[in-house]
Design a protein around this ligand. Structure first.
Ligand code: FE2
Length: 146
């Protein structure tokens, strides 16, 4: 099924939410391709898209956490999750490049589950940063407006 945006995904940080919307667009695109019987054909391209997306998006998140002085322990754990995800996608890509036939719907299920869980748990940190900013506790002038 298509992933529909759920208000629980909102972090309140515009740049993060916008990027998360972009991710769902990629995943729904893969779903549509699978529906047309083209899942296998698009898989390598999708891995490339997911890798470019991860580079951009994790960089945004990690810079925000640093700039807003999020607890180092949270940052460390959060970054570990990001690294683990990159490795999973890289491993999928390597298997596909080596000629292995992957089951596109299983790839989609893994990636979708990973992201939904991540957005609803780790990325809650951005919600609390947004709240602090609204409450006037964040005095960083570069803080993105809601
Ligand atoms: Fe994250």
């Amino acid at each position: 099924m298509h992933i529909e945006w759920d208000e629980r995904f909102d972090t309140g940080i515009e740049v993060v939410d916008k990027q998360h919307h972009g991710l769902i667009h990629i995943l729904n695109g893969l779903y549509d391709s699978i529906g047309k019987g083209q899942g296998e054909a698009v898989l390598l391209g999708i891995f490339g898209e997911l890798q470019r997306y991860a580079d951009d998006h994790f960089d945004t998140e990690e810079r925000l956490m640093k700039a807003q002085a999020v607890a180092p322990r949270h940052q460390a754990e959060h970054v570990i999750r990001h690294v683990a995800y990159r490795r999973r996608i890289e491993a999928y890509r390597a298997r596909r490049e080596a000629g292995e036939r992957l089951v596109p719907i299983q790839v989609l299920a893994f990636v979708s589950d990973w992201w939904i869980e991540h957005i609803l748990t780790c990325d809650r940190v951005f919600e609390s940063l947004a709240r602090d900013a609204r409450d006037g506790e964040g005095d960083n002038p570069s803080w993105p407006a809601r």
